[in-house]
Design a protein around this ligand. Structure first.
Ligand SMILES: Nc1nc2c(ncn2[C@@H]2O[C@H](COP(=O)(O)OP(=O)(O)OP(=O)(O)O)[C@@H](O)[C@H]2O)c(=O)[nH]1
Ligand SMILES: [Mg+2]
Length: 242
């Protein structure tokens, strides 16, 4: 990380730490890969709720082993979030979080593109910038809503990427936006994970180039777009370690 980037991350972390609680969003399709132990340097697990976002894209019963993993790290509170989760359900949950202050301060944190701004828009009915690409939110935004002071934050804390496979998974969920070369590898990895090949996928999507051959380059971008946006769903890419 460059010196300037580190300074930005430190500043944001200090600001977010002022909250009573953190909602730490992890993408339910990659709960391990979209989690970073760095978050535990900002907030104690006992003051952090693990929010599995985008659960409409998986079968939520398959999250139990991931919950166990987070419990072992000391996290005690969990919440499942989908586009269908009613704002009242979120509000009731936030009300249930203990706090001594009159205004409960809550930071919404997580790696890029996990749905932080979407959660806040839904809850408050205010507009927060959203979009299916990393780095949409650029700065912390505190807002007062009912008895809460809520912070939307930019997804500046990208997890330490420990393996090529993790990089591919994060690419498939558009948590990172690497070079085309990496996207190509990620797309091949994803196609294999889904039991197909990019050639087959290109043909199924009618992506044909001159000479009547499958357009594999177009298929790379298409499969990542379809997976990240949830058109391809029902799949958790992370595996529970043995
Ligand atoms: N299917 C599904 N998509 C979601 C859900 N929540 C958010 N999204 C989509 O995910 C994309 C990213 O959402 P944002 O709310 O912008 O994510 P963010 O974490 O604020 O992203 P940054 O500001 O870039 O860090 C958008 O295209 C949302 O529509 C969800 O629960 N289910
Ligand atoms: Mg955002």
């Amino acid at each position: 990380m460059s010196f300037n980037k580190k300074k930005v991350v430190d500043k944001i972390s200090t600001e977010l730490r002022k909250a009573d609680w953190a909602l730490l969003l992890v993408d339910a399709r990659v709960p391990f890969s979209s989690f970073s132990k760095k978050f535990m340097r900002i907030f104690f697990p006992s003051k952090t709720v693990i929010v599995f976002s985008k659960v409409d894209l998986i079968s939520s019963s398959s999250l139990a082993p991931f919950k166990n993993f987070f419990s072992e790290l000391g996290f005690k509170k969990f919440f499942k979030l989908s586009l269908k989760t009613h704002s009242k359900v979120i509000l009731n949950f936030l009300n249930s979080l203990p706090s001594k202050s009159f205004f409960k301060k809550i930071s919404v944190i997580g790696v890029p593109n996990v749905g932080k701004s979407t959660l806040l828009s839904k809850l408050t009915n205010l507009s927060f910038e959203r979009g299916n690409s990393p780095g949409v939110t650029k700065a912390i935004r505190w807002i007062r809503f009912k008895k809460f002071i809520l912070a939307d934050s930019p997804g500046v804390l990208v997890p330490d990427i420990e393996s090529e496979e993790q990089l591919y998974k994060l690419t498939c969920c558009k948590i990172v936006n690497p070079s085309f070369e990496i996207k190509e590898k990620a797309a091949n990895w994803l196609a294999k994970f889904l039991g197909t090949t990019l050639e087959e996928y290109a043909l199924s999507k009618n992506l044909i180039k001159s000479g009547n051959t499958p357009d594999v380059n177009a298929a790379c971008l298409k499969i990542i777009e379809e997976f990240s946006s949830g058109k391809i769903k029902g799949v958790i890419l992370d595996r529970i370690p043995n």
